[in-house]
Design a protein around this ligand. Structure first.
Ligand SMILES: [Fe+2]
Length: 458
């Protein structure tokens, strides 16, 4: 069990911590020395059986206590301080927020302090046990759980299975119950604390991916180009597809699902016949691998139409390549990078950077299993190559970069730049115009000219 101790008195907080662990070595005491830290611990490292608040501070600790109760649910509080201070500062609201709340009088050096502390802690822990507070923490075999990117849950309001947060490698806590609505604020709170994954039980994940795939395929079948939700449906489908491939590999279901998504994209562009109509309503808030993939697909469709390609297979190839290009990126934000020197790459650890460098090759490996589209692995492996040999990973001469590579690479470059951004014509021109220089060789020149005139809102 864990206790969260708020105290700005570093020596005294250590004394209190030592006293607690002396009478119960199984209790973990986290010490927070400022308000930010206490909020961090309370949201990410909990649940705590007890909060101990040392009132020897200038901070408004009464308000802090009320915030903690509101944020993490009612649980016992132990107020530590001189009698007069506690009488003055602990409000009735806070004091009566839980029946087991208690006061513990300073100084810590007084004779009765250790035994009073022990009694107060034990009373609180007893309550915690009785409330089966620990039920939500599971000592588990990590093998039974699978990580799912926290970002994918932003597409839902509730989820069919319990979702867990890893506290240590072996203990997980349930933070969202199955079928219970949750808010984006809840997810953001964890995402801000650098939580990247929520966990789901293994057999439930497979069930979820299969059921969700079925649902998406059904919805794609009946979706109409004018449906407002079509872009979100495509985003959700691509997100599920990515998870499916990464978890279970390229199965028959994956092949059918990929086809259904690509067909919906090709069909959607065919009915609109212009990028403007799509960019104006595109839900840009959902930045990440799925979103960049979908934007690439639409941009590539637009360029293919402008060039005058009639083949439906070519359009499908572009869409499938777009869906698969970044599937192995270790971080969502890396989808926004367009070079190894990008700010979206810097700051990641060496392993993640290596994975970024090799992501076109790894994605191409997946693409080879899509035997309906025999040469998409070439498009995918080359998706970050540039005509001036300044791309990566292979830097071929520009004669090796085909027209379809040029279409795809220009599309993916622009998609990366605009994904997650507020779109305006000024912004779009700022992205496309410089490409006349950076993407000038071989087939790229004409595609960039098309991009400059087509990637617009008006
Ligand atoms: Fe990429």
């Amino acid at each position: 069990m864990k206790i969260l101790l708020y105290s700005e008195q570093s020596e005294e907080s250590q004394v209190i911590k030592n006293m607690i662990t002396a009478f119960n070595s199984k209790i973990e005491v986290l010490i927070a020395m400022n308000i930010d830290q206490v909020m961090n611990y309370a949201t990410v490292d909990g649940p705590f059986a007890l909060y101990i608040l040392d009132f020897d501070t200038q901070a408004d600790i009464n308000a802090l206590g009320l915030n903690l109760v509101e944020m993490t649910g009612k649980r016992p509080l132990l107020f530590v301080g001189r009698e007069a201070i506690l009488n003055d500062l602990v409000s009735d609201d806070l004091f009566y927020s839980h029946p087991k709340n208690n006061k513990l009088l300073k100084p810590t050096s007084r004779n009765g302090f250790p035994s009073d502390l022990k009694e107060a802690v034990e009373t609180a822990l007893e309550w915690a046990k009785k409330e089966e507070f620990e039920e939500s923490i599971q000592e588990i075999d990590p093998q039974d759980f699978l990580p799912m990117k926290i970002r994918s849950f932003f597409l839902y309001e509730k989820f069919p299975f319990d979702l867990y947060l890893a506290i240590t490698t072996k203990s997980y806590i349930k933070i969202i119950s199955a079928e219970k609505p949750y808010t984006h604020a809840t997810l953001s709170k964890y995402a801000r604390k650098n939580v990247k994954y929520l966990y789901i039980k293994k057999d439930e994940q497979i069930k979820y991916l299969e059921e969700e795939t079925k649902k998406c395929m059904k919805a794609l079948k009946v979706a109409k180009p004018e449906d407002k939700g079509i872009y979100l449906l495509l985003l959700r489908s691509i997100t599920i597809l990515h998870q499916f491939i990464l978890a279970l590999g390229v199965t028959d279901t994956v092949l059918a699902f990929t086809n259904a998504i690509a067909e919906a994209i090709v069909q959607q562009y065919r009915s609109k016949q212009t990028l403007k109509a799509i960019l104006k309503v595109y839900p840009t808030f959902y930045q990440g691998i799925a979103s960049k993939s979908l934007l690439t697909a639409f941009l590539a469709q637009a360029f293919a139409w402008k060039i005058g390609w009639e083949s439906n297979t070519t359009k499908m190839k572009l869409a499938v390549s777009a869906i698969l290009q970044d599937i192995t990126l270790p971080e969502e934000t890396m989808a926004k990078a367009n070079s190894l020197k990008s700010d979206y790459i810097k700051g990641h650890d060496a392993r993640a950077i290596e994975e970024y460098k090799s992501h076109p090759v790894k994605a191409a490996e997946f693409a080879k299993q899509f035997t309906n589209f025999p040469d998409i692995d070439y498009i995918i492996e080359a998706h970050h190559e540039l005509p001036n040999r300044k791309g990566f990973p292979n830097r071929p001469s520009s004669s090796k970069l085909t027209q379809i590579c040029a279409v795809f690479n220009v599309a993916q470059h622009i998609a990366a730049e605009i994904d997650g951004e507020k779109l305006s014509d000024i912004f779009l021109q700022k992205i496309t115009k410089p490409m006349a220089k950076t993407h000038s060789g071989g087939f790229f020149r004409d595609v960039v000219t098309i991009a400059i005139s087509e990637v617009r809102l008006k």
